[in-house]
Write a protein of this length. Structure first.
Lengths: 610, 402
């Protein structure tokens, strides 16, 4: 009997016929670990979706779209509120750089992110109590000067961090640009009022009719507050440098909108209105003029084509739909008329260099023309009013001088928003001001807690290449369009032009999201693993685990990951969870172990932070 | 599954194929997997009729090849079913991949073999090479020499293979045509007898979604040897179970078989034939005639070749002067340059103190009958060797030599 006297040592005891618990069962992997076959390890490594990256305040857009898709609206609202104090506002007014960056735009149509944000913002507005709570009071006081987007954002984040925040606002009503720069038919006053109430609910004190430099000095701020954030915005209109701008009937864009917004407007526009400028404010002015009774509105721009205008294409489209005419390649050199506006002197003009960022050349030898109008609205940009600010805190371009953390000359003064961003290369947008306010709030917190401010050194992996995802999983599906008021109906009303998504529309649209580079718990890896050695606890973002003792590195999960969040990382990059190949297939014993030793000598790379 | 029509004890005149089918029916098999090839096809035809007539409640699966047929049998057995399958000739070879996995996963699949010569060229006749080529794959294996023995062997093999101490697949072989297609009286038992002899099959770890297990996982190289050792232990350990089963069979059915070896007229024999299967029947007849002429010749018929009863073969054959191995199989370039049985015999005899002369006969090849004249000729060769004290050559090609 050949088997007589044989014995199997304990460490080699195997179960009957190699029959083991299922690999998905507890202990199921223990008996026959095949992880040592693996050269490539699948790793869930979330990339930054381009929308999150493009957003001025880095909203976790992929995250809240995913939650909306799953019907978890309140969670989605809470997530958006981490970075954005007023999604109901940006859900209406934002120029959505996220949508321009959306990878889906390369595929069919970008996700209508702003519409979903508005859906969530309106949901938040309807809550009796907001989900956001003030932080545990830390006993420190901060003054925020200005209640526009940047000030609102800074105050909000500081309150969440536990600061006692006081907002000082020059105007009789809080809101800043949100109130004074955005027409009612884009952002109804009531929506903004509700968001300001939310600030008060957080324990923030808002003092209106307080102007810095007049009612309160820098020394007062230094004395009464641990720190101050200046978010004073751009309150003064640029001149068009034309003769006769002081005539009655010449209106500047920002005060025009602001007075209507504040309810203090005494302006009456004539039947023929010209708007000078080609930006978003000019568009708002032109459309507002129609609502104020103008019959013919013409927009006069130096830009030679609509495509060159530094304006949102959608708003431009909506404006043209409402009947505004465009006149390109002209500059206004004089407002003509006897005690009132009668006509404008126009000449051919062009930018001498980069569109909208270089001096304008006016060809006065060329074919000049007189353009008959009753009212002219000049909307060619804004500037800050900083006469109260010491010269050393100001830049030559008329903004507040800050370091890369928003801090003024190593003081406890900080600044954020348009008043620092003007001319910085980024378009001036509500969302950028919000992001600036947020970042400055967190930097301020570090300074007051003596935490060193350090620039981010690790590059962020933004996924913009569709080849890094598996597009076979995404059927083409058109964008869900937001309903709009009919153009003819818009002129006589201050009603919102763009209408809100229904719940079904919001979830349908959110479900179009590719979830670029980010695990959205689609279960695909779990399903395709042939072993299976992927386990999940809860079907929620990123809660899968690779059983590395068992995974053979076949790459199926990596190839079949729709979002591209699974990556194959060479096994030698790891020194934990490694099933070394010493026993089975190494050329010589301990080969991989030795290589891992060498790799350990390489200095650790810092972890990715966002 | 309950058998719909319980068998009653009776004697019927049926051939080997139908006897096998009857045995499967009495064993109340759960799953039958079939793919046709002569001559075993008749078994599957009979079973198909039984299932169609409602006599047997079983899943009858026609596969698209023997490979699939055995794969399905493997899977069905893994889920805890009693499985019956079968094949012949090249069909046996086509399913070859599955033999080791089935025994390695310790699934007691039963396979009926009606031997057929392997190609080339196409030959329907019986030759044992088809099944013998799988002899070391971990299957219990033995030959029947008539339809009654075939019927009995199927029941006995299920009992052995499904014994929790064994859990190995079984090949129950019969010669094509000589057994499979020749009718003889077969006593079919009462179903109650079979139920008493053959308890329901119960694998300890069947595939069951309610209690998930992994069958056949990948293993580390060092985990192979202990599993092989376990399989070897099961094969060797089956010997005691085999003897127990035959004893129990005799008690219940009244037919007693030596589990390993049938001896015929060997008491005072000097020379004996050693063979497997159907030619044993002709051999008995021939031996009776030769005995009348004074030749002290006998027959040793091997009934179980896996596990191989080495000690028993040694003990039995050591009594004689000359052993003539009738191969009925091809072992090209083997020890004897004839068949593979010679090596099995010589291996068993090597340690014998009284080693007989061993000579190999290539007879019954390609399904040819071994006629009486050839038995006389082979006996003559053995007697000459006995007289001479040595063999003339290791292997004789019977019918091709003077």
């Amino acid at each position: 009997m050949s088997t007589q006297g044989t014995h199997i040592p304990d460490w080699l005891k195997v179960p009957f016929a190699g029959i083991t618990p299922g690999p998905s069962q507890e202990k199921g992997q223990d008996l026959f670990p095949t992880g040592n076959w693996r050269a490539i390890r699948p790793v869930y490594r979330d990339k930054l979706p381009p929308c999150n990256n493009a957003c001025g305040t880095n909203e976790k857009i992929q995250g809240y779209l995913d939650l909306v898709k799953r019907g978890k609206y309140l969670d989605a609202y809470a997530l958006i509120k981490e970075d954005m104090p007023f999604p109901s506002v940006t859900g209406r007014v934002c120029y959505h750089p996220c949508e321009q960056a959306c990878n889906r735009g390369q595929y069919d149509e970008a996700i209508s992110i702003r519409a979903v944000e508005r859906f969530l913002g309106d949901l938040g507005q309807a809550l009796n109590r907001d989900v956001v709570k003030a932080g545990k009071p830390n006993g420190k006081k901060v003054a925020v000067i200005g209640s526009g987007p940047a000030g609102h954002s800074a105050a909000y984040q500081l309150a969440r961090l536990g600061y006692k925040v006081t907002i000082l606002e020059r105007s009789p009503k809080a809101g800043g640009l949100n109130r004074g720069g955005i027409p009612d038919w884009v952002l109804p006053q009531a929506v903004l009022d509700r968001e300001i109430e939310r600030l008060v609910e957080l324990g923030i004190e808002i003092k209106t009719n307080v102007e810095v430099g007049k009612d309160i000095t820098l020394d007062d701020l230094k004395k009464n507050y641990d720190a101050t954030v200046f978010c004073v915005g751009l309150t003064e209109s640029n001149s068009a440098r034309a003769e006769g701008e002081d005539k009655p009937g010449v209106i500047f864009g920002l005060p025009f909108l602001r007075d209507i917004g504040m309810g203090t407007s005494k302006v009456k526009v004539g039947s023929r209105v010209a708007v000078i400028g080609g930006g978003n404010t000019a568009i708002d002015c032109a459309r507002e003029a129609l609502r104020q009774g103008a019959v013919e509105v013409t927009m006069i721009t130096v830009e030679a084509h609509p495509q060159e205008m530094p304006a949102s294409p959608e708003d431009l489209h909506d404006m043209l739909e409402e009947g505004v005419e465009l006149m390109h390649g002209r500059a206004m050199t004089a407002v003509l008329g006897n005690g009132k506006v009668e006509s404008l002197q126009l000449y051919p003009a062009r930018f001498t260099g980069k569109i909208n960022a270089s001096p304008i050349a006016i060809d006065k030898e060329g074919a000049g023309e007189k353009f008959a109008v009753d009212t002219v609205i000049i909307a060619v940009g804004q500037k800050a009013k900083l006469d109260w600010m010491p010269a050393e805190y100001k830049t030559e371009r008329g903004t507040i001088k800050i370091d890369s953390f928003g801090r003024i000359a190593n003081t406890n003064f900080f600044a954020a928003g348009d008043v620092v961003q003007l001319g910085g290369g980024q378009p001036l947008m509500v969302v950028n001001a919000v992001g600036d306010g947020k970042r400055v709030a967190f930097n301020l917190d570090k300074v007051l807690n003596n935490v060193p401010l350090e620039p981010r050194t690790v590059p962020i992996d933004v996924i913009v290449d569709l080849n890094r995802m598996n597009m076979t999983y995404f059927p083409h599906f058109p964008r869900v369009k937001q309903a709009m008021l009919a153009p003819a109906a818009r002129k006589s009303t201050q009603q919102e032009v763009i209408l809100a998504y229904t719940e079904e529309q919001a979830t349908t649209e959110a479900a179009r999201c590719f979830s670029c580079g980010t695990c959205n718990a689609c279960d695909n890896c779990y399903l395709v693993c042939p072993e299976p050695c992927i386990v999940r606890s809860v079907r929620s973002n990123g809660l899968y685990k690779i059983l590395v003792d068992y995974c053979k590195g076949c790459r199926v999960c990596i190839e079949e990951c729709p979002t591209g969040c699974l990556e194959g990382v060479p096994e030698l990059d790891f020194d934990t969870g490694v099933v070394r190949m010493d026993t089975a297939f190494a050329i010589s014993q301990g080969l991989h172990g030795r290589q891992a030793e060498e790799l350990r000598a390489v200095p650790d790379r810092p972890a990715k932070s966002i | 599954m309950a058998t719909l029509v319980a068998g009653k004890k009776k004697t019927v005149r049926i051939n080997g194929c139908v006897a096998s089918a009857q045995a499967a029916k009495y064993a109340d098999v759960d799953v039958i997997t079939a793919y046709p090839i002569r001559p075993y096809t008749a078994t599957m035809m009979a079973l198909a009729q039984m299932v169609a007539n409602g006599e047997l409640d079983a899943e009858y699966i026609v596969a698209d090849s023997e490979h699939s047929q055995l794969s399905i049998a493997h899977g069905a057995s893994s889920s805890g079913a009693r499985v019956f399958t079968g094949s012949s000739g090249v069909g046996v070879q086509y399913g070859y991949e599955l033999y080791s996995p089935i025994s390695g996963s310790r699934m007691p699949v039963q396979m009926m073999i009606a031997d057929r010569t392997l190609d080339p060229p196409g030959d329907f006749g019986s030759e044992h090479t088809d099944a013998l080529s799988t002899r070391d794959m971990g299957w219990l294996m033995g030959w029947s020499c008539d339809a009654q023995e075939a019927f009995d062997n199927h029941l006995i093999a299920y009992r052995i293979g499904e014994d929790p101490r064994v859990l190995l697949p079984q090949m129950v072989c019969q010669d094509g045509f000589f057994v499979s297609h020749i009718t003889c009286d077969v006593e079919l038992p009462d179903q109650g007898q079979v139920n008493e002899f053959l308890p329901p099959y119960k694998h300890p770890y069947p595939l069951d979604p309610r209690h998930p297990v992994s069958h056949g996982p990948q293993i580390m190289p060092e985990q192979g040897p202990p599993l092989q050792l376990e399989r070897a232990r099961a094969m060797e350990g089956s010997m005691a179970v085999i003897e127990e089963a035959h004893e129990e069979f005799a008690k219940i059915f009244g037919r007693r078989y030596d589990p390993w070896i049938e001896e015929f007229m060997t008491d005072d024999a000097d020379v004996v034939f050693f063979l497997q299967g159907a030619h044993g029947v002709t051999a008995r007849y021939a031996i009776k005639h030769m005995r009348e002429r004074g030749a002290k010749v006998g027959l040793v018929r091997l009934r179980t070749i896996r596990p191989y009863p080495t000690d028993r073969v040694n003990e039995v054959l050591s009594k004689f002067k000359v052993v003539g191995v009738i191969e009925t199989n091809m072992g090209l370039g083997s020890v004897s340059s004839g068949g593979s049985l010679y090596a099995e015999v010589c291996g068993a005899l090597y340690e014998s103190q009284k080693r007989p002369l061993v000579v190999s006969f290539m007879a019954g090849m390609g399904g040819e009958a071994i006629v009486l004249k050839e038995f006389y000729w082979m006996t003559q060769k053995m007697l000459e060797a006995q007289k001479r004290g040595s063999i003339a050559k290791r292997t004789h090609w019977v019918g091709f030599e003077e």
